[in-house]
Design a binder for this molecule. Sequence first.
Ligand SMILES: [Ca+2]
Ligand SMILES: [Ca+2]
Length: 322
Amino acid sequence: MFRRPSGRSGMALILALATIVLAGGLILLMQARASGAIRLEQMELIRERLRIAAAEAVREAMWQLAADENLEADHLGEDWAQPLETLDEDGISTLALIEDAGRFFHWNNVVVSNSATRTPRDILHELMIFCGDLQPAGKVAALVDFMDADDEGTYEADFYRRQDPPWRPPNRQLWAPEELTRVHGFSREMLAPRPRERTAGLHDGDLARATVLAPVELEAPVPINVNTAGRDVLMGLAGLEQERAVDYVLSRRRLEPFESLDIFGASPELAAALQGLVSTRSEYFRIRARASLGNQSRSALVWVQRDSAGDVHVVQWVEAEG
Ligand SMILES: [Ca+2]
Ligand SMILES: [Ca+2]
């Protein structure tokens, strides 16, 4: 026969049940937390291993670059220009790419030239026209005022004082590409890469892919490497009226890289004008490396400088997720 429990024992039973449920819940929670902590720890461990693997890949790439025996010419057929891939026994894969910065126009070049004839400003002017900006003179002048040390020009402190909010141009070389968007006339849109599907027309250049900002304070312009620069950069370098010469350079270097600048010997005037602005080799290189395992990856972007003896030095090392 079932007896109805008294109020007190009923309450005790409920409390006991509640305690059991609570304890069970706590154990589950602790287990969940423990497995969560282990998972986090494992992820952190993999993250660290990927960081090291990406750094190793950069170091391998630097060795590859330092092993380049031909310091007179740098071209895309050389070993350093080939992607470096590895896969270790734990399944970590790495990919490293070296890109010579001589193929680009360097933004800081515009304030370090003392050439009397063709200057980096002229090159940028032509390059911007080639990239579809038909009246870039004001922008180039604004960029020069933004960076040159003096306060004499149309786009100096007086000009920016009238802006909302007012501010002063830094009067120094650029430290980051984002600074360009503060220069009068510049915008994010003009600095964004254009769609790849383009014709080889006269105004179809891509300013974003033709320019670079090396994280170094320049004392002289970084020359453009005639072996690696794209059509856009070569058009800016030689001038828009030199389209046939540029096409000649592009087809000739497919057969054999330029070991010297004799090519400009046929035009002594052009050779003199481009003195110090063009080269057959590169000094600065950008290394991108990524290490991956499953859906986790880490990457490194490293700027290096190769000196005249062929030794490679790190200029900047930036690590990132993904
Ligand atoms: Ca070389
Ligand atoms: Ca200035």
